[in-house]
Design a protein around this ligand. Structure first.
Ligand SMILES: Cc1cc2nc3c(=O)[nH]c(=O)nc-3n(C[C@H](O)[C@H](O)[C@H](O)COP(=O)(O)O)c2cc1C
Length: 207
């Protein structure tokens, strides 16, 4: 939740109510945002933006002693000072209420060997795992007590700064309070499939 009451952003509690359907005004605010494209155009937009490789992360939080996680590739550096991450989560996701209730979230950047976890937290059942399960034990508690993928390439612990309701998604800005990072290679998502960095970089070195 924002430390600045005058930030002008939608308060997390309002969004929380909107998601639970208890605040028709807020709900309407999201729904009145008209698409600028035809359905075909929207599909083309998604295909076009999928040509940009993105990181694969699991965004986590903890509400009412329940751990929540979701695979998210819409994660971006928004500001360096203060350090702010932007994260977009579909408005239909139950994670929204959990993040807003807790006012904090963590972002774990995955490596290539973590693609099964990425599927698990995208609701896809693989290797006999139940979807959205934390049971396998690759998880640790971050300094903020929220889950962090123990073997992640990098991890960011965030306090919720603000939430903006934008069409199909909610945009969360998180003030980064703690980071860890390694030299490990990240898992990427490109044109709908997982990829690894196997090419040389422009300096002729293996990335
Ligand atoms: C590689 C990958 C990236 C994804 N990125 C996002 C994202 O940025 N935002 C989002 O809301 N959902 C994203 N998803 C989808 C959610 O993880 C998924 O819809 C969610 O876990 C709920 O699952 P369900 O639709 O089966 O209920 C992504 C899924 C995958 C596999």
């Amino acid at each position: 939740m924002s430390d600045d009451p005058d930030s002008g952003s939608i308060e997390a509690t309002d969004i929380n109510a909107a998601i639970r359907g208890t605040d028709p005004e807020s709900e309407t605010q999201g729904m009145t945002m008209k698409s600028t494209l035809t359905p075909t155009g929207t599909r083309e937009f998604i295909r076009a933006i999928s040509c940009a490789a993105t990181p694969v992360t699991i965004v986590t939080t903890d509400a009412d002693n329940l751990r929540w996680g979701q695979t998210v590739s819409a994660v971006s550096r928004v500001s360096d000072e203060p350090a702010i991450l932007g994260v977009c989560i579909n408005r239909r996701s139950p994670m929204n209420a959990a993040i807003c209730a807790t006012g904090a979230f963590n972002v774990s950047l995955l490596g290539p060997e973590h693609h099964v976890a990425a599927d698990t937290f995208a609701g896809r059942s693989r290797d006999g795992r139940a979807p959205f399960t934390f049971a396998e034990g690759e998880w640790a508690d971050g300094r903020n007590g929220l889950p962090v993928y123990a073997d992640s390439v990098a991890a960011f612990e965030c306090v919720l700064h603000s939430v903006t309701d934008i069409g199909s998604h909610h945009l969360y800005l998180g003030e980064v309070r703690h980071v860890v990072h390694t030299d490990a290679e990240p898992l990427l998502h490109l044109r709908g499939t997982y990829r690894t960095l196997s090419a040389h970089n422009t300096e002729g070195q293996l990335a």
